[in-house]
Design a protein around this ligand. Structure first.
Ligand SMILES: NC(=O)c1ccc[n+]([C@@H]2O[C@H](COP(=O)([O-])OP(=O)(O)OC[C@H]3O[C@@H](n4cnc5c(N)ncnc54)[C@H](OP(=O)(O)O)[C@@H]3O)[C@@H](O)[C@H]2O)c1
Length: 293
């Protein structure tokens, strides 16, 4: 297939681009800068210049492709307003991509997040939360899945809280950044709350499998570690950085504080059984050993 990818230079997207190219697919990818265009060309992809706000470029990319994988997100957690703008930008981008694919039968795969369910690991059958600072992203994902009734082979690949590679990425990566700045490897609450995780290279395989064979309107979980206690994550980070590991106020983490404090394990049993996905790269706690002081 020729696949149009947004976010193809990111931690997850660069792994997805490599996975697609390594399995006989061609890749067109959105590039918002010269350096991103160069990185994509070096990887073997063809760049289409534009950003998520450039709906014309998105439509051109989708029209030229046999399928679309959407991963780009501004990831601006600096303020609630900035986050809301990023969520709105992504929603408009997904709507444009979806419109281009109506009645085509082609796949449109968007990234999503694993839901949280009190007292148990969430599954692929659980609905996405629409509350909280990134709840608006769930409306965009649901709109994509609803395109199944309009001739789009739409799917969502739900990511756990940390998608990692070489010790970097996701919520654990944010904990690491905050620890470097503050001199303390902190965690909110008692640290017993669990976050699920996956290695980016394993997540990339799942995106390819979903592209190739997922039915329309389906959701999948890219989860290797069902849930690591946040205190355990912070302990590895603190040891690697030579910093003390301590409980800190939830407010330390800004708009993400309430999410950081929530227990949110997640299962991928259905995904593994149905699509034959078998992650084999290092777990989060193993990968965090790659953090350098
Ligand atoms: N990493 C995780 O643990 C995790 C967990 C759950 C969900 N996710 C979601 O998975 C997706 C990919 O995450 P990631 O960790 O790979 O992100 P990342 O490393 O920060 O990469 C973001 C990608 O999006 C592109 N991008 C950002 N804003 C853009 C814009 N306005 N227009 C066009 N491109 C834009 C970036 O392009 P440039 O290279 O040009 O900057 C880059 O390719 C995101 O939606 C993220 O929310 C990630």
């Amino acid at each position: 297939m020729r696949v149009f990818v947004t976010g193809g230079t990111g931690l997850i997207g660069s792994a997805v681009v490599a996975e697609l190219l390594g399995h006989g697919h061609a890749v067109l990818a959105l590039a918002r800068s010269d350096s991103s265009a160069t990185a994509l060309a070096t990887a073997g992809a063809q760049a289409i210049r534009g950003d998520l706000a450039d709906l014309g470029a998105l439509r051109v990319g989708a029209a030229k492709a046999d399928g679309v994988i959407h991963l780009a997100f501004a990831n601006d957690f600096s303020s609630p307003a900035a986050l809301a703008a990023a969520v709105a930008e992504e929603g408009a981008a997904l709507a444009a991509l979806g419109e281009e694919l109506i009645d085509s039968g082609r796949p449109l795969i968007t990234v999503s997040g694993t839901p949280r369910v009190p007292g148990r690991a969430s599954t692929e059958a659980d609905p996405l939360p629409t509350d909280g600072p990134v709840g608006g992203r769930s409306h965009s994902v649901t709109a994509v899945l609803d395109l199944a009734s309009r001739g789009v082979r739409s799917s969502a690949v739900r990511m756990p809280r940390t998608v990692h590679n070489q010790g970097r990425g996701g919520f654990a990566g944010l904990l690491t950044d905050i620890a470097r700045r503050s001199g303390v490897s902190g965690y909110p609450g008692d640290g017993a709350q669990r976050w699920p995780a996956v290695h980016a290279l394993d997540a990339a395989v799942l995106f390819r499998l979903v592209l190739e064979k997922a039915p329309a309107g389906t959701s999948w979980h890219a989860v290797t570690d069902q849930g690591d206690a946040v205190r355990d994550i912070a302990t590895v980070i603190g040891r690697r950085l030579g910093l003390p590991t301590e409980a800190v106020p939830q407010e330390t983490f800004g708009p993400l504080g309430p999410i950081f404090a929530t227990d949110q394990p997640s299962s991928s049993a259905h995904t593994r059984q149905t699509l034959g996905w078998q992650p084999h790269h290092p777990s989060l706690l193993e990968d965090l050993e790659n953090i350098q002081p």
